[in-house]
Ligand binder design. Sequence first.
Ligand code: ZN
Length: 117
Amino acid sequence: MHELSIATAIVERAGELALAQGAEAAAAVTVRVGELSGVVPDALDFAFEVARQGTALAGARLVVEQVTAQAYCGPCREPFAVGMPPFFWCPRCDRPSQELRCGRELEIVAVEPGPPG
Ligand SMILES: [Zn+2]
């Protein structure tokens, strides 16, 4: 399962970040997940429950911030949502654009220190 290896990596990294803040454990970890990252938030949630066991994140909550995938249209100077699966075609001027601005994120944005789980 793809999400389990990602959840394990998040747990490890968040544990290090909590430690760096002087905490023994984390109470919550917030991740930003792009629509095109290939990660299913529900599956990540489930994988996190498994991955956190016996770690500094045993009592931690996972907060997922979903990012809508957007491409930028040069002629319109506006971004547009590409959807999933992505369709790189500006709905305003009916022209193609491959300029993806966001949607591939998979990153930890915050770790809240907390007491050991
Ligand atoms: Zn356009």
